[in-house]
Ligand binder design. Structure first.
Ligand SMILES: [Ca+2]
Length: 295
């Protein structure tokens, strides 16, 4: 009997050592890739991500994560994540039918994500992708949106946001709102919503809108939003916003997160007092990349 068990006793510690080594290396690799990310990214270009992309084609550029919803569910949002906590963050009267994915509209393939809110009171369907922004690296964040009918915004309508977490606290720093101009057209308005002073050094705590007149949001037609974010807990970050390839905002020397905090990102149907009510928003072909994708 002892001859049978002796090899097992020798092999078992080796297996445990190998397993432990793999785990530590994987974690350290991710952490080490995060250090000095801002220093490496002096302009709106970035180094390739430490982790290879899920799928890459030359026309799409170096995509590090994407969701085309063609799985028929929201599983792409959880790729490489240890758990799904914080991926769907819904509040108030947010409705997601079944899997959260529909064939009613699609930018690619047959599926898109469908988010519906009843905004008589503040309501939000928020879809977070946290893994890549948590690395601290600079990325381009993009998605296609489809608003099936004209919407009049009563209080606010947030469809794209960068938040920051620290010690159990979550704060909204930058967001893209839909608002109406004087003619009633829907427009994308970048907003600094920092819960701490900013966005520039010397600024106080304020809610600052950056309205633009370059382009409107189309009705019942897919449109593309892309944002470059160089993260900064101080005042050396950068944010660039494009709609359908048109630059709406380009600000340098800005803050994007809490000092010592983690950045995260979501696309949303999150608003208050929208007409018609309920309000439907479709989202498809969402991506995080190290180069600008464009529409
Ligand atoms: Ca699709």
């Amino acid at each position: 009997m002892s001859r049978i068990f002796q090899p097992c006793l020798l092999i078992l510690p080796l297996v445990m050592l190998v397993l432990a080594g793999c785990s530590v290396n994987a974690q350290d690799g991710r952490r080490s890739s995060n250090r000095n990310a801002d220093n490496r990214n002096k302009e709106a270009t970035v180094q390739p991500a430490a982790k290879p992309g899920i799928e890459r084609t030359p026309s799409q550029g170096p995509i590090v994560w994407q969701a085309d919803l063609e799985t028929g569910d929201l599983s792409e949002w959880r790729l490489d994540m240890k758990d799904s906590i914080g991926t769907e963050v819904d509040s108030g009267k947010c409705s997601r039918d079944g899997t959260g994915v529909t064939t009613e509209q699609a930018h690619s393939g047959a599926h898109s994500m469908k988010l519906v809110i009843n905004s008589q009171k503040t309501a939000g369907c928020r879809q977070f992708r946290k893994l890549e922004p948590a690395s601290g690296q600079s990325y381009y964040y993009s998605a296609w949106f489809f608003i099936p009918e004209h919407v009049q915004v009563g209080v606010f309508w947030n469809i794209f946001q960068f938040k920051s977490n620290i010690k159990g606290k979550s704060g909204l720093f930058w967001k893209l709102e839909v608002r109406n101009n004087e003619a009633g057209d829907m427009m994308i308005v970048p907003v600094w919503k920092g819960p701490i002073p900013g966005p520039h050094e010397g600024d106080g705590v304020d809610n600052i809108l950056y309205p633009q007149t370059k382009t409107i949001v189309p009705v019942a037609k897919w449109f593309h939003l892309e944002v470059f974010l160089k993260q900064s807990e101080n005042f050396d970050g950068q944010i660039i916003v494009w709609q359908d390839g048109i630059e709406l905002l380009n600000m340098q020397n800005v803050r994007t997160k809490y000092p010592g905090g983690i950045q995260n990102w979501s696309v949303n149907n999150y608003g208050n007092q929208l007409t018609p009510n309920p309000t439907t928003l479709y989202i498809d072909d969402v991506a995080i990349s190290t180069q600008r994708i464009g529409p």
